[in-house]
Design a binder for this molecule. Structure first.
Ligand code: R5P
Length: 300
């Protein structure tokens, strides 16, 4: 039998509740506090059992969420748990998956190596940006693609055109569009590695009168999606909606999306929700529950 441990990061609670309901495992809330000097502290009262499933999303402040996740692994190992699974619906640092400029770290590899060293035997996340990055995790690492599940929940179908905002995102869009029997394409995006500025180049797409869905893993500043939406509406798209795994929505991202003319953003519940009529959250915890069940029963 396994126990679900609800981590302290904002956004973990609802996800942990969803998992515990779908899997019928007991839920234990980790106690946490911050020492007067700013250091994190956690404590778990559970066990001894064989398996613990920690739910800790890497919401802001990401570094605290990360350190709490490390501490939870050690706490559970200390209690005698043999298998400690981390469900991190959003895993921060995933986009720095290579040295874009000399002197940079491969941040996601550092994060994944540290999580294995701290004691996690398994890691499950939603859309890690580049699946290859998971090789840095020593145990069983799984990235779950949420898009088809989300599209079916919402009722997005083959009547829409699905677009990747850059060629790197094409595979995920292709997989989704094929599953839905829909048309798909990609835009040409360039990002200045120093300033972070995004330009989307005009590429002729016949979107006149069409309903378009932009599919991306993350909306952070909103720069990528708002530029893509503007371009598509200029090219005659009837409406532009967005399907995204992680709605970070930093700074004035929501305003940018609204003024770009985006009709709706469908986001997975991997992070604490923002309140806006533009947004609709889809609970993907049942999808993760299925995968947890299969790894624990040795199916994958
Ligand atoms: C980039 O490779 C990602 O897939 C997203 O397109 C990007 O991180 C979105 O960031 P922003 O919202 O700041 O443009």
């Amino acid at each position: 039998m396994a126990v679900i441990v609800q981590g302290p990061s904002p956004g973990s609670r609802d996800f942990a509740l969803g998992l515990s309901k779908a899997l019928d495992y007991n839920l234990v809330e980790a106690y946490h506090k911050t020492f007067p000097d700013g250091e994190a502290y956690v404590r778990v009262e559970a066990g001894p059992q064989e398996v613990a499933v920690v739910v800790q999303t890497f919401s802001r402040p990401q570094d605290t969420s990360f350190v709490q996740a490390l501490l939870l692994a050690d706490a559970l190992r200390g209690l005698g748990f043999q298998r400690v699974v981390l469900v991190a619906p959003y895993l921060a640092y995933a986009r720095q998956d290579k040295r874009f400029l000399p002197g940079e770290p491969v941040s996601i590899a550092v994060v994944l190596r540290s999580l294995s060293t701290a004691g996690y035997t398994d890691l499950m996340t939603i859309e890690i940006h580049k699946e290859e990055a998971l090789t840095a995790f020593k145990g069983n690492g799984v990235s779950i693609s949420p898009y088809e599940y989300m599209a079916r929940q919402i009722g997005l179908d083959g009547s829409y055109i699905y677009l990747a905002p850059d060629v790197g995102a094409l595979k995920r869009v292709e997989r989704l569009a094929r599953a839905l029997g829909a048309r798909y394409d990609y835009l040409v995006k360039k990002r200045d590695r120093i300033t972070g500025e995004v330009t989307i180049e005009t590429k002729h797409l016949d979107v006149r009168g069409e309903k378009v869905v932009i599919v991306d893993d993350i909306i952070s500043t909103g720069g990528t999606v708002s530029r893509a939406a503007q371009l598509l509406l200029e090219q005659g798209a009837r409406q532009v909606e967005v399907l995204v795994a992680h709605a970070i929505l930093a700074g004035n991202a929501l305003e940018k999306l609204i003024s770009a003319g985006v009709k709706r953003v469908y986001a997975a519940n991997t992070l604490p929700p923002h309140s806006s009529d533009l947004l609709q959250y889809i609970d993907v915890s049942p999808l993760v529950a299925e995968r947890v069940k299969s790894i624990l029963s040795g199916v994958e």
